[in-house]
Each structure stands twice: as structure tokens, then as C-alpha cells.
Design a protein around this ligand. Structure first.
Ligand SMILES: [Fe+2]
Length: 230
């Protein structure tokens, strides 16, 4: 890489894509509730209290199909914008691997976590009233905590920026889609409202298109690892 006379480059950034969709969240709420009624036990991962579904990728529902299409579209945009300049040995495509639903009542939240063994992850908010009390999503600085590379005296900082903040909090809203690297640690704070918060999370991989079409033929161990909702 050539050095220009002067440049400041963001090395190793953590790109977060945010898009406001225009889907029918009422229909998607019905779908989410229907999934919960079919499997009230669900899965236990990063959720503290709250309900998390198993993989619903194959479920058939008109509005859910539209949502999958939108997610796919923005995954490809993320791919072409964020992974631009990369050269691959084969044609690759970002493929959704699994999707799960989160229904969080009062005082339900998700602990800090990453989504191991995936390329990109994301969340789409089906039901969120756009207030802090309904629960923030937070992303943690990728430098491990305890290593203060900047040697900044916290008392001197009134407002940090994206370079110096330990975490960045975002207030979600219904129909908001977020896509981020799977290694980026994140959490969702307590829902302090009486009304439920409903979101849908997903993982995606960069795969050779042939591998995607034959994904069902992969070894069970591989499939187990890659179907692990986090
Ligand atoms: Fe997550």
C-alpha cells in the first residue's frame, strides 16, 4: 500500500449497515407469535428470560418471504461495498444460514455475545417502539477490554466518538435492519416496557454458490456448528 503525502485510514473497522425497511410489521408480528405458539420452549442462548425460536429459515409465510428477500439484497450490498477490493478464488455469495425470532417481555434482555463461525450477522426489528426503555442494542469496541491503547483519562472525556467509545448504543425502531460482522460483540438491554419487543436475527456466510445449494449434504457436525443460534 503506497503512502500518500497525508492520509488517515480507518484500519480494521467494524462496519454496521442500517436500513429502514417498509414491511408489514403487523403480519410479521402474527408470524412471530405463531412460531412461539408452535414451540413455546424455543432455544436458550444469549437471551436472559425472553423467548428465542429455533431456526425458522424454512418456514413459509408471505411477509417473511419478503423479509428474507430484503435481507438477502442488503447482504449482497454489504458484500459489494464492504468487501470491495477483496479477490476470491471462486465466485462467492453471501447466504443466509439461519434465522431465529426473539420475543422479549418486561426485564428480558440478551447478554454480550458474538456469533461464532459466521461471516455476517444481523437483526431486524419487528416490534420496537423506538424508545430507549424498549431496549437499546449496543456494540462493543473490538479491542479487548482492559487494554486501553489510547491511555485516555476517562475523567477528561465528556463525549467519546466511534474511535474512543467503549461501546456504541443504538435505539432501534420497528422495520429497522442492521447488518454487522459476526465477530462484533453486542448485547440488547432490558425491555423496561410492559409491551413485548420482537426481533428477528440471522447469520450469513460467504460461500461458493455450489456449496450453498448442497448445504444439506454437509456433514451433520458441520451443520450443527452452523445452525447454532447465538
Ligand atoms: Fe446477536
Amino acid at each position: 500500500m503506497k503512502i500518500k503525502a497525508k492520509s488517515i485510514q480507518q484500519l480494521f473497522p467494524s462496519p454496521l449497515m442500517q436500513v429502514q425497511l417498509d414491511l408489514d410489521v403487523e403480519k410479521l408480528t402474527e408470524f412471530a407469535v405463531q412460531m412461539q405458539e408452535q414451540d413455546n420452549i424455543g432455544a436458550q442462548k444469549s437471551n436472559v428470560r425472553g423467548w428465542q425460536s429455533k431456526n425458522v429459515y424454512e418456514e413459509k409465510h408471505e411477509e417473511f418471504e419478503k423479509l428474507k428477500k430484503e435481507i438477502n439484497q442488503y447482504l449482497q450490498e454489504y458484500n459489494s461495498e464492504v468487501f470491495c477490493g477483496m479477490k476470491f478464488r471462486h465466485d462467492v455469495k453471501l447466504c443466509i444460514n439461519n434465522i431465529w425470532i426473539n420475543i422479549n417481555g418486561k426485564y428480558h434482555y440478551n447478554e454480550w455475545h458474538t456469533h461464532p463461525q459466521c461471516t455476517l450477522s444481523g437483526v431486524y426489528y419487528i416490534k420496537h417502539d423506538g424508545t430507549e426503555e424498549n431496549g437499546l442494542i449496543a456494540f462493543k469496541h473490538p479491542i479487548p477490554s482492559g487494554i486501553n491503547l489510547l491511555y485516555l483519562d476517562g475523567d477528561l472525556i465528556e463525549t467519546p466518538n466511534e474511535v474512543t467509545a467503549e461501546k456504541v448504543c443504538i435505539i432501534p425502531a420497528s422495520n429497522a435492519l442492521m447488518i454487522f460482522p459476526s465477530w462484533l460483540e453486542h448485547r440488547v438491554y432490558d425491555n423496561l416496557k410492559d409491551d413485548v419487543r420482537i426481533s428477528l436475527s440471522f447469520n450469513a456466510f460467504l460461500l461458493h454458490p455450489d456449496a450453498y445449494y448442497h448445504i444439506d449434504q454437509f456433514e451433520p457436525e458441520w451443520k450443527r456448528a452452523h445452525n447454532d443460534n447465538t
